[in-house]
Design a protein around this ligand. Structure first.
Ligand code: FES
Ligand SMILES: [Fe+2]
Length: 379
């Protein structure tokens, strides 16, 4: 799991002035809206004696701990009230928790889980179709008992469609099937590919008449470690563009917030059948991905036999390696080894400016090569 990327915290509609308990990247977080409706995402552990802030209350623009009533500001995580010290007491400088930058977009609340200053942050995945005429939207959210990188690789894999998705492939029933040579699309924070392939007619009623003559163009790519796009071009005019924002809960569980745009059958009555269809396709992927062994991608590529249709996956792994070399990958083994004795927090940007944090930042695998984060440069 990687720090220094934007992750979806929750749906915009889910977030109110009641605290929402979250777990992301193996760490506990709390989210809430303040009196002006601003979303806040903070580390969940009270630095007094470890209570869960998500089980406390939102008071104005602060979250109040349920144990001894300490209050922390949503805007910066600073403790502003320690009731046991009495009114006007001096608050110790170490009484603060990590507060993460947030943005609300695409009907979701995103948190930047890392300590990079604003100018250095990888951007959120862009959705060019958002707010454009001519696209209908359906949404889907689900949770899998699988590693999110295994699922990302499944999205980037053009060879599974034939076998996993009966409505799109021939289940290996065609002698002339093969995946054409892939051309890798390189973007700033991701890779992908588009290919043309032969596919059967789409039998479900919601897709009737959608597929054009000849082949269908489809492809997918990633944006950062946890987000992905999938384009399905059934014909020149009938297109579906899908975006998934994954939230790694921990190494073995993730949530996915999925938004699908389509240019065909725009009437609202089709939203339900499109949702059902997307859920069915996701379910076909889930049963395969949740059973992969080992649950995590093997550390060495010699433990698998990769072929040329796995090219985009290979490039994706190279990207992950560059982010690991930046010093952004969490050392989960070290975190796990200490889990009963120590709580960790994802470092927030304030850690670059302020000293004195009661809770240690998550351990990271060491940065390598010339890549250097500005945190290390400052040290
Ligand atoms: S543990 Fe939170 S106020 Fe004491
Ligand atoms: Fe799939």
């Amino acid at each position: 799991m990687f720090i220094n990327f934007w992750y979806p915290a929750c749906l915009s509609d889910e977030l109110t002035n009641k605290p929402l308990h979250l777990k992301m990247l193996g760490c506990e977080l709390v989210a809430f809206r303040d009196s002006k409706g601003q979303p806040h995402v903070l580390s969940n552990t009270c630095v007094h004696r470890g209570a869960s802030l998500a089980h406390g209350k939102v008071k104005g623009d602060c979250i109040e701990c349920p144990y001894h009533g300490w209050q922390y500001q949503g805007a910066d995580g600073a403790c502003t009230k320690i009731p046991s010290l009495g009114k006007d007491a001096k608050i110790p400088a170490r009484a603060k928790i990590d507060r993460y930058p947030t943005q609300e977009k695409y009907g979701l609340v995103f948190a930047f889980l890392g300590d990079l200053p604003e100018a250095e942050r990888p951007p959120l995945m862009d959705i060019p179709e958002w707010g454009q005429e001519g696209w209908a939207i359906t949404r889907m959210n689900n949770q899998w008992k699988a590693n999110y990188l295994r699922s990302q690789e499944n999205t980037l894999d053009p060879a599974h469609t034939e076998f996993v998705h009966p409505s799109m492939g021939y289940q290996g029933g065609r002698e002339d099937y093969s995946v054409p040579d892939l051309k890798v699309i390189e973007r700033d924070w991701g890779v992908g590919t588009m290919t043309t392939f032969v596919s059967p007619d789409l039998p479900s009623s919601s897709m009737k008449g959608v597929k054009g003559e000849g082949g269908m163009e489809a492809g997918a790519g990633n944006h950062g470690p946890a987000h992905a796009w999938t384009y399905l071009h059934f014909s020149k005019f009938a297109m579906a563009h899908q975006y998934s924002f994954k939230q790694p809960i921990d190494q073995f569980n993730f949530k996915s917030f999925f938004i699908q745009f389509r240019t065909f059958k725009l009437e609202a009555a089709v939203d339900g059948p499109m949702y059902e269809r997307s859920m069915a396709v996701a379910e076909q992927d889930r049963v395969v991905v949740e059973r992969l062994t080992p649950a995590l991608t093997p550390e060495s590529s010699t433990e698998e036999v990769m072929v040329k249709s796995d090219l985009v996956i290979t490039r994706f792994r190279e990207l992950l390696q560059t982010w690991e070399d930046n010093g952004w990958r969490i050392d989960v083994d070290q975190m796990q080894a200490m889990k009963d004795k120590k709580v960790f927090a994802i470092p927030s940007p304030a850690r670059r400016q302020l000293k004195g944090w009661a809770i240690d930042a998550v351990p990271l695998l060491p940065a390598k090569g010339t890549a250097q984060t500005s945190r290390q440069a400052a040290e």
